[in-house]
Structures are given as structure tokens and as C-alpha cells.
Design a protein around this ligand. Structure first.
Ligand code: IDP
Ligand code: MG
Length: 139
């Protein structure tokens, strides 16, 4: 069922570099409403669970280390066509291929430290939102 919600997190590099506010401003100006938000830090084990789909990829261990290296800002966002529109706003995984004006083009440092996550389907948005927020925190 399409819920018009997506899940995102501002990743450790962007939080560390002080881009949290600028990124949230871009998200709100693009028409997304923040449903839930917090600042937290993953353990390597939890980061590995979140990215379990990538467990057989060569970058999996690096990704776990990077994603647990500092605070992150997870959010549930709401907007019509949220999943697809948000993927457009963040741009390609590799910032070298991200379009001008996208969050990753502006703030990503590398294909790994790429500033922000965006769910790739309604189903994963729901699963990922529930990974960070209890049902009572999701309005
Ligand atoms: P996505 O975040 O654009 O959906 P995925 O392919 O789902 O991209 O990969 C998840 C995350 O894993 C990426 O955002 C990035 O941080 C990291 N990653 C993806 N591909 C590579 C790679 O080739 N080298 C290093 N890290 C990667
Ligand atoms: Mg992905």
C-alpha cells in the first residue's frame, strides 16, 4: 500500500560537517513534511542490520564502519509520491553522477560518504522507518 511516506537519514559525514540544517531546509522547501526526526548513532552491528541487503557486496564492511562512525539524523518524511520524489531530490548514489542541485551533488564526498539515504520503495520506507521509530512516534 502506498503511504506517501519515505525514510531518510542524514549520514555521518554530512552531520559532522555541519550540513544538517541546510539539508533539512532543502527537504522542507521541496515540499516534504517531517513526520519524525531524531539524532542518534548506530553501532556497527545495527548499521550492518540496516544495510543487510548489501551483505555480500565488497563495500559492506566499510559501509558498516562509516555508518557507525558518528551521529546520524534519521527522519520519516511525508509528501505525495514521496519515495520517487525524494530519490530525485537526493540524486545518484555516486555524487560524480548526481544532477546539479541535488543534495548529493552539493554535499556528498564520495560514493560511500554520500551525505544522505533515501528509501527505494514504499515497502522499504515502512521497514526502515520502523527500524528507527516506534509506531507511537509516527504520525
Ligand atoms: P543508495 O543509497 O543510492 O540507494 P545503494 O546501492 O542502496 O545506494 O547503496 C547503499 C549505500 O552503500 C550507498 O548510499 C553508499 O553509502 C554505499 N555504497 C554503494 N555503492 C558503493 C560502492 O561502490 N562503494 C562504496 N560504498 C558504496
Ligand atoms: Mg539503496
Amino acid at each position: 500500500m502506498a503511504t506517501n511516506q519515505t525514510f531518510t537519514m542524514i549520514k555521518p559525514d554530512a552531520v559532522q560537517d555541519g550540513h544538517t540544517g541546510a539539508i533539512i531546509k532543502m527537504i522542507e522547501e521541496a515540499g516534504f513534511r517531517i513526520v519524525a526526526i531524531k539524532k542518534t548513532q548506530l553501532t556497527a552491528e545495527r548499521a550492518g542490520q540496516f544495510y543487510a541487503v548489501h551483505r555480500d557486496r565488497p563495500f559492506y564492511n566499510d559501509l558498516r564502519a562509516y555508518m557507525s562512525s558518528g551521529p546520524i539524523v534519521p527522519m520519516i518524511l511525508e509528501k505525495e509520491n514521496a519515495v520517487a520524489d525524494f530519490r530525485k531530490l537526493i540524486g545518484a548514489t555516486n555524487p560524480a553522477q548526481a544532477e546539479e542541485g541535488t543534495i548529493r551533488k552539493l554535499y556528498a564526498k564520495s560514493i560511500e560518504a554520500n551525505a544522505i539515504h533515501g528509501s527505494d520503495s514504499d515497502e522499504n520506507a515502512q521497514i526502515e522507518g520502523s527500524f528507527f521509530f516506534a509506531a507511537t512516534e509516527q504520525f
